[in-house]
Design a protein around this ligand. Structure first.
Ligand code: 3SL
Length: 245
């Protein structure tokens, strides 16, 4: 069982160093929308996910594969990337589209956080859609835990911090011990304040407002659903697979 007094929370990709994660369990959080899309894809039968930090890397990896086996996915500043098969809306990752495919994904912040967390002993991808699976994984091991909110271009984001807070809140059953790190206190308190109106809070977040013009209306309510999928995306040799599969 992971201990809350050793846990920490980082609020953006830029706020941690690779070395900070060595030997720890890291949960990479990107509620809007990379983590939500990955969790949905694995739940709908995608075989594996290769996260990349740059568009060129995605194309280079695709060139080594058979056309029928992969989908190029992701976004640049919220927009689908020209020539890619899918954007970054979880609603696009339906069973008929993703089953048995390898997804090569590049996003603005989420996949960069995943790539930067390579020194972690264990790495999971989490969001509200798979909250219970993340809690179970953290219960099963006693590594120190870091919750990494992808944020947006170096800034914190409300929806990722709320998810980090929800994990902490549930681990301590709503009663935070005194000897926790500041990041843990901040995320816990934010979730405690908004837990009864999560969707309303996330709708007013900077990221949701930024996406409003760009993405389908259904994305925000979808990513706010708690425990919709029993999926645990976990890293093995640079590839995300469903560890609950
Ligand atoms: O930054 C990211 O990784 C994305 O999830 C952002 S977006 O919601 O697709 O714009």
């Amino acid at each position: 069982m992971a201990r809350l007094d050793y846990m920490d929370v980082y609020f953006s990709v830029q706020s941690f160093q690779e070395e900070d994660l060595r030997g720890k369990s890291a949960v990479i959080i990107d509620v809007l929308r990379a983590a939500s899309s990955m969790v949905t894809a694995l739940s709908n039968g995608a075989k594996k996910i290769i996260p990349v930090g740059a568009m060129e890397d995605a194309v280079r990896i695709a060139q080594t594969m058979d056309n029928k086996d992969y989908l190029l996915c992701g976004e640049q500043n919220g927009h689908k990337i020209e020539g890619f098969h899918l954007g970054n809306s979880p609603l696009e990752y339906t069973e008929d589209v993703v089953a048995d495919k390898t997804l090569i994904i590049n996003t603005t912040n989420g996949t960069k956080a995943i790539k930067k967390a390579a020194l972690a002993n264990r790495m999971y991808v989490g969001c509200f859609l798979n909250q219970k699976s993340i809690l179970k994984a953290l219960e099963d091991h006693d590594d120190d835990v870091v919750l990494i909110c992808s944020g947006w271009q170096g800034k914190m984001s409300l929806e990722d911090t709320l998810f980090a807070g929800s994990i902490i809140y549930k681990m301590c059953k709503g009663k935070l011990p005194k000897n926790t790190k500041d990041g843990v206190k901040v995320a816990f308190s934010l979730y405690q304040g908004y837990k009864d109106e999560l969707e309303k809070a996330i709708e007013t977040s900077d990221h949701a407002i930024r996406l409003k013009e760009l993405v389908p209306d259904g994305d925000i309510p979808f990513v706010c659903e708690v425990d919709k999928f029993d999926v645990l995306p976990g890293m093995k040799d640079g590839i995300l697979i469903n560890l609950n599969g």
